[in-house]
Write a protein that binds this ligand. Sequence first.
Ligand code: ZN
Length: 66
Amino acid sequence: MVIIVGLLIVFVVILIWQPWKRRDCRWRQDARKLADGRVLFTCAACGAEIALPKGREPTHCLAGEQ
Ligand SMILES: [Zn+2]
């Protein structure tokens, strides 16, 4: 019985925490340049895309935000 309750708690914690949405992004600079001079970055982990001004790099993961 204790084992079953323990497994349930772990299951609920995983559902709430959702670790698969907290992967760190691995940003790769995309070869495509945008028309306005910004550079496109693509995440190899979650597929997120973000365009930033030249010289800047994305710092946080966008997984789950799109
Ligand atoms: Zn990502």
